[in-house]
Design a protein around this ligand. Sequence first.
Ligand code: NI
Ligand code: MN
Length: 221
Amino acid sequence: MVDLKYIGHSAFEFTAGDKSILVDPLVSINPKYDYKKSNVVDIFVTHAHADHLGEAVEIAKEKKATITAVPEITNHIAEKKLKTRAINLGCWLNYDWGRAIFLPAYHSSSFADGTYGGVAASILFDIQGVRIFHAGDTCLNSEFKTYKELYRPNIALLPIGGNYTMDVEHAVVAADWLGAKTVIPMHYNTFPEIQADLNKFLQLMQVNNTQCCILNPEEIK
Ligand code: NI
Ligand code: MN
């Protein structure tokens, strides 16, 4: 059993047994979420943009959790007492709760100070048999068809806000290409530039025979 929590923006917590995994932990977006209550062991960062790196460093320090990201990110945040795992695209990475693979995302990546952040990624997680695809920030791309064939994702977390990523219409196509039975929209309505029409998204998704879960960060427990 995997428990999935939408913290807000692109931030998620997955819990398997007594261990929690954070992805793109911009936890400051949601005052109702308290990572201190969770046994965070691993933190994944899709790319260096501040809305994805979020509070990764402070959480990792406090929880003694490991940050997994591309070397340009782990090098940039390297300091004493911070556990990092530098990886790159394209292979299964094993953890004691399951495994993950970094895949290409079509997006830029830089730190707030302008430093290059390496390649941007989407991440596919395999946790106790449940495959969760976190798209990160990306446009629609035909690799998604290959991911369906190779990885058969069960749940897809897709950006729908447009401007920086795919929009509602493209996310509907992405859902179809990925073939995930459940889709959770993310990266929308948190900034003025990424407003999305959720009703339109739901309407368009109906033709896909895909279950669309709108998770409201306000209702997080
Ligand atoms: Ni970004
Ligand atoms: Mn972003």
